[in-house]
Design a protein around this ligand. Structure first.
Ligand code: BV8
Ligand code: ZN
Length: 254
């Protein structure tokens, strides 16, 4: 079966004629690289914790050492993960002559970048952008290189004020980086095709970004093996994993 046979015809036609493509990715984009999605049950030591409770300022205030240990574990998972063919396909599409392709991701990992793609926005921040929780100074330290989950790790001290260093991610209850959100909305409004890949559509305001396409009649395609909160408001649904759908789509563009 050729690549174009594996791609739904209407989606392939849209992709072939698109010149300005905006791709919105969620945790499902990293799943086939072995980075668990937010909704997947946490494994091992972190199994009994709800990520939505750990990814909060309250969790950090209550117990910085537990929170820092969770992020050090997640950083070690990302570091051991490799971009999958879906990440590579997006980078290849982005490199095609005459194509503008913007990626806005809810993911805090760097898998898109490590596949060679440029990322317009990390709307929920970046796991590796460490900074001081007290004075905001960028930190010149890194997560400890752990290979197994550790229940508690004291966060390093800021080299400027001694305050605790935190991950550069957006916690629940924190506002999104204004620039990242606005750039993502503009990229959706200027696109002639929007792909929404691997997101449950549960977390706001990121989940509302695809809506800005619909308002202007820009076709929106969801790539997700399961139904999500965005499924009802997109134009085309492709029930397939990102690591299979995106390579099939990009290799069928010619
Ligand atoms: C905000 C960084 C203004 C951290 C994340 C009460 C108080 C305060 C706020 C709220 C409140 N109640 C509600 C809110 C708003 C809240 C929110 O939306 N809550 C939800 C849960 C109801 N939002 C916020 O707090 C945001 N800030 O609103 O500020 C404000 C301020 C104060 C008071 C009020 C308002 C900030 C939200 C950002 C949270 N940070 N990440 C970290 O990573 O540790 S969110 C985190 O979860 C991820 O970044 C991601 O965005 C989200 C998970 O969503 P998904 O990416 O969709 O992943 P998920 O696991 O859910 O789904 C995976 C999907 O992939 C599935 O559909 C699956 O089918 C699919 N899939 C699986 N495998 C594959 C696949 N798809 C393709 N291929 C595959 N192989
Ligand atoms: Zn500081």
């Amino acid at each position: 079966m050729s690549a174009s046979d594996r791609v739904p015809t209407e989606i392939l036609d849209l992709a072939r004629s698109a010149r300005r493509v905006t791709v919105l990715t969620g945790a499902g984009m990293s799943a086939e690289s072995g980075v668990p999605t937010f909704r997947d049950a946490q494994t091992g030591l972190w199994e009994r914790f709800d990520p939505a409770e750990l990814a909060t300022p309250e969790a950090w205030e209550d117990d910085p050492a537990q929170c820092w240990a969770w992020y050090a574990w997640r950083a070690s998972l990302v570091r051991r993960a490799d971009p999958h063919p879906g990440h590579v396909a997006l980078a290849q599409w982005q490199a095609r002559p005459g194509i503008d392709l913007w990626i806005s991701t809810q993911n805090v990992d760097d898998l898109h970048e490590r596949a060679g793609a440029g990322v317009l926005a990390h709307v929920h921040g970046n796991l590796f952008a460490l900074h001081c929780a007290s004075c905001g100074a960028p930190a010149d330290v890194d997560y400890p290189p752990i290979t197994e989950p550790v229940a508690r790790l004291d966060p390093p001290g800021c080299h400027q004020c001694g305050g605790p260093v935190r991950p550069g991610v957006v916690w629940f209850g924190e506002t999104l980086p204004e620039r990242a959100f606005q750039d993502s909305v503009e990229a959706v409004q200027e696109a002639d095709l929007v792909l929404v890949v691997g997101t449950s559509g549960l977390v706001h305001p990121a989940a509302s970004i695809p809506d800005f396409a619909g308002a202007r009649g820009v076709p929106v395609v969801e790539i997700n093996p399961r139904v999500s909160k965005v499924s009802g408001s997109v134009d085309h649904v492709w029930r397939a994993p990102a690591g299979q759908a995106l390579p099939a789509l990009v290799s069928a563009l010619d």
